[in-house]
Ligand binder design. Structure first.
Ligand SMILES: [Zn+2]
Length: 286
């Protein structure tokens, strides 16, 4: 069923697992992404950047995700990733997205609270979930590059105040991850995550998941990460596979010969990730 971030992360909290949030960049890869979740018996969060939503069309994305979720009986959320402009958030909510992220992490603390709170008020009236962000995640965020030295880790006390003041349904935290990292792996600050999890009682979100070591997943899940973003790994592998297919097929062959292998690669990556996200310690697996 087509559902919200609040619903799927509630289940994930109860059963101690994390929900994979995978970025789509086109309509081609989207059906196989949801099919992967169906085959794994897991919910899935499909997320788009504002630019991808504008490229495909907000309501087109809503129609596709809703139709597949309902037809295939998969719990799927459609989430807008890293929006900074209220008009983009409104476009997503009014078109039928079930979740939005307002990213005010670049703003002064009080301004981040006030703007996030305004988004929460608009979204909650319409049954839509909201993710906020505190601290800065490294790498490139919406085209703005964050240098290693400029990264600001999330402070637990700020997180408590932010959550209470805004009413967000989930909080993206900065614990050392970077967007776009795929050639190396990062050292996640697990002690900081534990400190945040001890005082913040809503689902926590990790961004830049491609750069996280898979052996760190259980610690992240056991300490409150309920939404786990993976974008770059799908993008890089889809593009690499498509490049190879396009190089091999003749120009008058159907495009599906180039696109299906790329979609299949994404599907197998998602199935692998979901297998880890379901967490062996979860009651689901006992
Ligand atoms: Zn992000």
């Amino acid at each position: 069923m087509y559902t919200t971030l609040k619903e799927v992360t509630k289940t994930a909290t109860e059963l101690n697992f994390t929900v994979g949030a995978f970025n789509t960049h086109n309509l081609e890869m989207l059906p196989e992404m949801i099919e992967a979740a169906k085959e794994m018996g897991s919910p899935i969060i499909i997320q788009t950047s504002v630019d991808t939503a504008k490229y495909i069309g907000y309501s087109v994305l809503v129609s596709v995700v809703r139709t597949i979720a309902d037809n295939e009986m998969v719990d799927a959320v459609l989430h807008l990733d890293h929006a900074r402009d209220f008009d983009d958030i409104k476009a997503a909510i009014d078109s039928g997205y079930t979740s939005v992220m307002y990213d005010g992490s670049h703003l002064p603390f009080k301004e981040n609270i006030l703007k996030t709170k305004a988004v929460v008020e608009y979204a909650h009236k319409r049954g839509v979930s909201v993710e906020g962000e505190l601290g800065t995640i490294g790498g490139t965020e919406e085209g703005i590059h964050v240098e290693e030295n400029d990264k600001v880790y999330t402070k637990p006390a700020d997180a408590v105040e932010f959550v209470a003041a805004t009413g967000v349904d989930a909080l993206a935290i900065a614990i050392g991850t970077n967007h776009g990292q795929f050639k190396s792996k990062t050292e996640v600050n697990i002690p900081l995550l534990k400190e945040i999890h001890a005082v913040v009682h809503i689902p926590l979100v990790i961004h830049g998941g491609t750069g996280v070591k898979e052996e760190d997943y259980p610690e992240l899940i056991n300490h409150g990460i309920r939404k786990f973003n993976v974008g770059t790994e799908l993008l890089v592998n889809w593009t690499k596979t498509a490049q190879e297919s396009f190089a091999e097929t003749s120009i008058n062959q159907s495009l599906r010969h180039n696109v299906i292998p790329a979609n299949d690669v994404c599907k197998s990556i998602i199935k692998h990730k979901i297998g880890l996200f379901m967490n062996v310690d979860s009651p689901l697996n006992k």
